[in-house]
Design a binder for this molecule. Structure first.
Ligand code: UD1
Ligand code: CA
Length: 460
């Protein structure tokens, strides 16, 4: 089937340099949602998807955002002379063997099931997705005859007072048999209030030819919400988040408050996972069975092992955490951090591009960067790996069962052998051998007979 996505409009009311359809909803451009839905519909129906996005304003940016996607075509509509004119630009790409579904790039929440119902309702004739609105202002109204059959669509600006009173509106989403649609598009005029070529005028043409027009109602008005402003973007975002929260709870996740979670990517979870309020999940995040996420954590592209606990205000990025670990409060990991099972990372500890072995601990105030830390090693408060000499990064290798005292500086490249102990306050710039105590700080001295200086008397 052909799927034409209209995405050429400017979105002036967004007041943004970013083309409207690239504004993110749940962490992905609106257009990406619509493309994914289009492909899922085709897959659900067992047919191939010929997806054509009609772009105009910000076309280069839109193309660039989807570069490398060989599974879609972009066609340019320049200038933008209306929704019918937009679909006309896609005509050379439309294959006659199968229907053409028209979607909007700025209506990102329409569901696969709804489109499936629309396609089923249309059969091989025309289907129109409609919705009843308490306030239909601005929308095209569905005009029916006395028998209840759809006759045509009239735009707000062209409607009479009695037509404006109609509350059943056009969502803009429709499906039509392709060969006929091409012919109808070819016959569109722009003799209307906006001097535009209206896609909606194909409905009257279909009726004239005796083609049945099935109006299929969207169950959920949220699905058909369009985005023309930042306020509408926020409404759509909340709706997307409600959906994500609902799906998580459906899959068994406990949410302290479904209204206070943000999923901006893909979050998957095992059994008995709980998530406290205010957490943000970005990219791909997986939480294994029994993971507990405390309040106000931010996780981006991370995998968390079973039963691990993330305590409040923890920020993890590009990190893999094993099972039975305890991270936070106030911990931060950066890309390339790997924390094995039973690791404990406490408050104000930062870990970057490092592996901490099973049961290793850094409970407070430490920086571990470009390091290997062995199993059961303990890193004292205030300890840092000095991994950067101003030009290059160097590695710190710390063995297993090591005790690093508080406030040590490990000047990389450097090694600390298995079972070594490093005295508090040491600046370790040479290898600290296995099994031994290394202390690298000035020896404590006490000066006998020392006197505090006394103030000179002020001259009179
Ligand atoms: C359109 C429908 C109206 C419907 C409403 C639902 C027409 C004539 N009217 O009105 O019946 O109730 O949507 O929101 O179809 N676009 C282009 N190129 C253009 C014009 C528009 O790509 O030349 C795209 C826009 O980017 C947008 C979509 O088509 O994604 C709808 O355009 P918009 O101007 O918002 O249509 P409406 O006038 O709101
Ligand atoms: Ca609109």
């Amino acid at each position: 089937m052909n799927i034409v996505i209209l995405a050429a409009g400017q979105g002036k009311r967004m007041r943004s340099a970013l083309p409207k359809v690239l504004h993110p909803v749940a962490g992905r451009p609106m257009l990406a949602h619509v493309i994914a839905t289009a492909q899922q519909v085709a897959r659900a129906r067992g047919v191939s998807a010929n997806v054509i996005a009609v772009i105009g304003h910000g076309a280069d940016q839109v193309r660039a955002a989807f570069s490398g996607r060989g599974d879609l075509h972009f066609v340019l509509q320049q200038p933008q002379l209306g929704t019918g004119h937009a679909v006309q630009q896609a005509v050379p790409w439309l294959r006659d063997d199968g229907p053409t579904l028209v979607l909007y790039g700025d209506v990102p929440l329409v569901r696969v099931e709804t489109l499936n119902r629309l396609l089923d309702g249309a059969g091989d004739e025309v289907g129109l997705l409609t919705v009843e609105l308490a306030d239909p202002t601005g929308y095209g109204r569905i005009v029916r005859d006395e028998r209840g059959s759809v006759r045509r669509i009239v735009e707000q600006k062209d409607a009479s007072a009695s037509e404006r009173a109609l509350r059943e509106v056009n969502t803009g989403i429709l499906v039509a048999p392709t060969a006929r649609l091409k012919r109808w598009l070819g016959a569109l005029g722009n003799d209307n209030a906006q001097r535009e070529y209206y896609l909606t005028d194909v409905i009257a043409q279909a009726v004239r030819e005796g083609v049945r027009v099935a109006a299929v109602a969207a169950h959920d008005a949220d699905e058909t919400l369009g985005v023309n402003s930042k306020a509408q973007l926020a409404v759509v975002e909340r709706s997307a988040q409600r959906r994500a929260a609902g799906a998580l709870m459906e899959s068994g996740v406990t949410l302290a408050d479904p209204a206070r979670i943000d999923v901006r990517g893909e979050l998957t979870a095992g059994a008995d996972v709980s998530i406290d309020v205010g957490c943000v999940f970005e990219g791909r995040v997986h939480l294994a069975d029994g993971v507990r996420v405390g309040p106000y954590c931010v996780l981006r592209d991370v995998t968390i092992g079973a039963r691990t606990q993330l305590v409040a205000f923890t920020y993890l990025e590009g990190t893999t955490v094993g099972a039975d670990a305890r991270i936070g409060p106030y911990s931060r990991t950066r890309p390339g951090a790997v924390l094995d099972d039973e690791v404990h990372i406490g408050n104000f500890v930062e870990v970057k591009a490092s592996r901490l072995g099973r049961g290793a601990k850094a409970n407070h105030l430490a920086y571990v960067g470009d390091a290997e830390v062995g199993a059961r090693t303990n890193i004292g408060a205030g300890t840092i790996t000095a991994n950067y000499d101003g030009a290059n990064k160097h590695k710190t290798e710390i063995g297993a069962d090591v005790q690093i005292g508080s406030n040590a500086v490990l000047v990389a490249p450097v090694k600390v052998g298995d079972g070594a102990t490093v005295g508090a306050g040491s600046v370790v710039a040479k290898e600290a051998p296995a099994g031994k105590l290394t202390v690298a700080r000035a020896r404590q001295v006490t000066i006998e007979g020392w006197k505090r200086p006394v103030k000179k008397p002020k001259p009179a």
